[in-house]
Design a protein around this ligand. Sequence first.
Ligand code: GLN
Length: 488
Amino acid sequence: MQLTDQTIHQLHQRLSSGEISSVALTEAYLQRIEQTDPEVNAYITICRDAALADAAAADKRIAAGDIDLLTGIPLALKDIFNSEGLRTTCGSKILDNFVSPYDATTVARLKARGAVILGKLNMDEFAMGSSNENSAAGPVRNPWDGERVPGGSSGGSAAAVAARQAVATLGTDTGGSIRQPAAHCGVVGLKPTYGRVSRYGVIAYASSLDQVGPLARDVEDCATLLGAVAGYDPADSTSVDRPVPDYLATLKDGVNGKRIGLPREYFIDGLDADVKCAVERAIETYRTLGAEIVDVSLPHTDYAVACYYLIATAEASSNLARYDGVRFGVRRDEGEGLIGMYQQTRAAGFGEEVKRRIMLGTYALSSGYYDAYYLKAQKVRTLIRQDFLDAFENVDLLLTPVAPTPAFKIGEKVDDPLQMYLSDIFTIPVNLAGTCGLSLPCGLSADGLPIGLQLIGKPFAEDELLQAAWAFENATDFSQLPQLAADR
Ligand code: GLN
């Protein structure tokens, strides 16, 4: 087995026994990135020197007997995380030349544990998208099939794990951006409960929905990474002050006696036949593992996509008002006066989808329309959250598909925003409800593309999600890795 094929827990064994060094491991990863990234385009910035310096420091720590599960492990970050001294573009031309002056709390927590940061990963501009086609750095190609999208917006974060260009990565999920790309790339991705992980230093898209989470090769790695980044942060007033459970301690407890709900609104016409079949087989697996399967209803599901695209765009239009070219980022001076400078800067710096969202959000917030759109959407959001809380009175977890289809072709939906928005139909409600969701591989389509299974948990019940995911992963054999052209 290649070094770059291994998980955090496998590599940790080898690092702690002294069999390998973090420098050698990091070099193997840098070489792998060099070989495969022309094909995948998962990285926006590769931090060779900084990564090797991190690795040398980790080796010193290990030699001194100071080793944590993440010490010396090469990870990578979606380019939305501020990381001191590294370029942070958020997939946008407007931040093309921006170098972060500080670390996001999550990044600081990984560094404190001795993790190695390999670089910054490609993404849809400002995390707006479901295909990674909205990136100033160009599209990411799905490692399973280079003509297909990896999903988005954390497309680079998912593709890098699948292509073995990082052991695991961090992404963000506002409406599905961890879970949908994880599903399309055949890796495990977890969106924690809103407030579980600090957002400090993470570039904001829609602040009431954004949440940081891990993407990894298996459930155990996902649990390890979540444990490392979760927890209260005084610098983020929306992070919740509540103890972080030891996710690894309960990981293998199984699902015997658990009640798993199938929301009938998620098993609809239009669901791809292969996806449906894989999810139905997964349900059978859970039955075999001792879970009780029950029907549930989330009656306001139909309104979720519309509600999300009002709230998310409203918040985005406000968050993105700060990119004015004055203190950082790209600046265009051709316009007349200050307003002219703003106009030129923003016209040149933002891509089409971001402009569309700013206009939609500004419209929804404008006087005369605020009550009809934004306020109404907030009320609907409360109903959607209540649907989940009601369902959880009766079940421990919910099980659904992650996306209606496997990865689609590059270019297939890019000119049809509505079709693109509908690809998040099963993930968006979880963000609106503010609870946690996980995507894990549950099969391959007839075309050999990975299919994802979504598990949704009660607020702050990430431990139960991970347990159920681990039980499935260990009862099945779907955690495969794709062969890239560079591997042939
Ligand atoms: N695809 C959704 C959007 O475009 C979700 C993105 C995300 O979760 N960041 O808004």
